[in-house]
Design a protein around this ligand. Structure first.
Ligand code: AMP
Length: 212
């Protein structure tokens, strides 16, 4: 199955993508995680992307489209995959169409801006394996290190309140129009993000299963 998660930054796309990946045995592909890894390793792409990401702006379409093309050609994508954070603009969605890729399910996770702002300060990420946590909603076992690899968890630099406000504005301007884009194709379901991760997960699983 090819599944896409749409939603504002902090809506829970990454968490639901990780869960769905484990449930269906297909990889979750996060352009944000690929970009953060490239920044950490100081690759040419990482150095080019850093300034955009740190101020909450979108990385240019051609860069992200290049990243996704390369990633989707890998062997583990043969039986399907989950897109988390791509596409984020109509140009990116059109690039996916031009690659001949059609989604089986598009899940839009909806959370009001005020709830997103309240959530972001508690988000934590593993700088080594990119696993995501939240101090209240999805804490790691000891609260400070990654359950998967033991690395000390950190805050994302772009989760500061000023940057979050910019990311939400960009989401509404550039990414939200994708809901109409995919709704008109008839493969989109809306999931209302719940306070408890497991409640959102149950709704997400049901939405995906109804489109199998
Ligand atoms: P995320 O982890 O999905 O919130 O992404 C973190 C940051 O990476 C974003 O704020 C953007 O700067 C960049 N990014 C990730 N995915 C994309 C995309 N599809 N298009 C443009 N920039 C992206």
């Amino acid at each position: 199955m090819k599944i896409m998660f749409l939603g504002a930054p902090g809506a829970g796309k990454g968490t639901q993508a990780e869960h769905t990946s484990a449930r269906l045995g297909i990889p979750a592909i996060s352009t944000g995680a690929i970009i953060r890894e490239a920044i950490k390793n100081e690759t040419a792409m990482g150095l080019a992307a850093k300034a955009y990401t740190e101020k909450g702006a979108l990385v240019p379409d051609e860069v992200v489209i290049g990243i996704i093309k390369e990633r989707l050609e890998m062997d583990d994508c043969k039986n399907g995959y989950i897109l988390d954070g791509f596409p984020r603009t109509v140009v990116q969605a059109e690039a996916l169409d031009a690659m001949g890729i059609e989604m089986d399910a598009v899940i839009s996770i909806e959370v009001p801006d005020e709830a997103i702002i309240a959530r972001m300060g508690g988000r934590r990420v593993c700088p080594k394996c990119s696993a995501t946590y939240h101090v209240d909603f999805k804490p790691s076992k000891d609260g400070v290190t990654c359950d998967a690899c033991g690395e000390a968890l950190t805050l994302r630099r772009d989760d500061s309140p000023e940057v979050v406000a910019d990311r939400l504005r960009i989401y509404h301007e550039q990414t939200e129009p994708l809901k109409d884009y995919y709704a008109s194709k008839g493969r989109m379901k809306i999931v209302i993000g719940q306070d408890k991760v497991e409640d959102t997960t149950a709704l997400t699983d049901a939405a995906i299963d109804s489109m199998k």
